[in-house]
Design a protein around this ligand. Structure first.
Ligand code: ATP
Length: 326
């Protein structure tokens, strides 16, 4: 087993609250084990541009509570090409880096996996994405904070919806995954939740709204995951307005507030445990795995498996939504 001495940490792809807590855990655990720890700025772009610098324990002081990422993040086209990855590897070698920890989503893991296949460098992935669309972990870093931000916003919208007897169509993030919609919708008592995994016909929602109207229920919240219908919440509202012009229908797109803010306790703990376990994995000679937490226990999943498999959204939850909102 080759012993690691110099490790690098980077954040890549979309940012997620809790990334800083993960960086802090990697740096401090590495230093505890007498490793030299380097930070790579702007994800793979910084690797290509040699924006790599040593981190000390105090470099990560006072960041556990901060959203965003002190290492910055970016998307990097050149890294899709073997030539770009070779250039990045050369830069890592300039600093004698012999292990990397990538905090990001499935795209970032894809890049890490390719680099580890092409060059002799162990890569460990930490799932940092608000979307929770990665297999091998019950939760991803940033998801809990994003959901709580959405819940807070939807609760506020319900207050005003209730005051005016309005119907609100609220769009949340998640790309092709419906977890933010599902979790925020259930915990705000949404009447309908649209997810990309289990498509609901808007006509059925309209029928239900008409039934509600007949029984004088005019306040309704429809939570729409951005990837569940072309045109998103605007399109759903357009269809509702066409069929039910008498309903006072409004749209709110929550947008990027879901990415920011101070991470929740759960995200800070998740990120700390995962960062700690990532260094452990490198020290134990484990390579090309993603650190996850399943049933509250650390679990390592091969990167290629984490990339390919998708989390399974339980349809029973959607059935429950219908019952609880009726
Ligand atoms: P999020 O889920 O939050 O968007 P992500 O990690 O999936 O995060 P991507 O933009 O897909 O975000 O990937 C981040 C970076 O990883 C890309 O800009 C690119 O540099 C690298 N990358 C992604 N996919 C690949 C791939 N197939 N091969 C090589 N590198 C890749």
């Amino acid at each position: 087993m080759k012993k690691v001495s110099n490790i690098a940490v980077l954040t890549s792809g979309g940012d997620a609250p809790g990334m800083n807590a993960a960086v802090r855990a990697v740096v401090r655990t590495g230093i505890y084990h007498q490793l030299n720890v380097y930070g790579v700025m702007y994800g793979y772009r910084g690797m290509l541009k040699n924006e790599i610098f040593p981190l000390e324990s105090k470099s990560v002081a006072n960041i556990i509570q901060r959203g965003g990422t002190i290492l910055k993040t970016a998307r990097c086209k050149e890294f899709y090409e073997a030539e770009g990855r070779a250039k990045a590897y050369e830069n890592l070698k300039k600093h004698n880096i012999d292990g990397i920890v990538v905090i990001g989503g499935d795209g970032s893991f894809n890049g890490a996996y390719k680099m580890s296949q092409e060059f002799d460098i162990p890569c460990i992935g930490l799932p940092g994405t608000i979307d929770k669309d990665i297999a091998g972990s019950d939760f991803t870093i940033g998801f809990d904070t994003a959901v709580n931000t959405a819940v807070d916003a939807i609760d506020k919208i319900r207050d005003t919806a209730d005051a005016h007897d309005r119907l609100f169509v609220i769009e949340v993030m998640g790309r092709d995954a419906g977890y933010i919609a599902l979790h925020s919708g259930i915990s705000t008592g949404a009447e309908h939740i649209m997810t990309p995994e289990h498509l609901i016909d808007v006509k059925d929602i309209i029928e239900d709204l008409q039934t509600n109207e007949r029984r004088k229920k005019l306040v309704n919240i429809i939570v729409v995951a951005e990837g569940s219908i072309a045109g998103g919440a605007e399109e759903v509202a357009r269809m509702v307005k066409t069929s039910c012009p008498q309903l006072d229908t409004r749209v709110t797109i929550l947008g990027h507030i879901q990415r920011g803010g101070s991470p929740t306790c759960q995200d800070r703990i998740l990120a700390s445990r995962m960062g700690y376990a990532a260094v452990d994995a490198l020290l134990n000679g484990t390579s090309n795995v993603m650190v996850g937490i399943v049933n509250n226990k650390i679990q390592y999943t091969p990167l290629e498996q984490a990339i390919k498999a998708k989390e399974h959204l339980d349809p029973e939850w959607l059935k429950m939504v219908k019952i609880l909102a009726s």
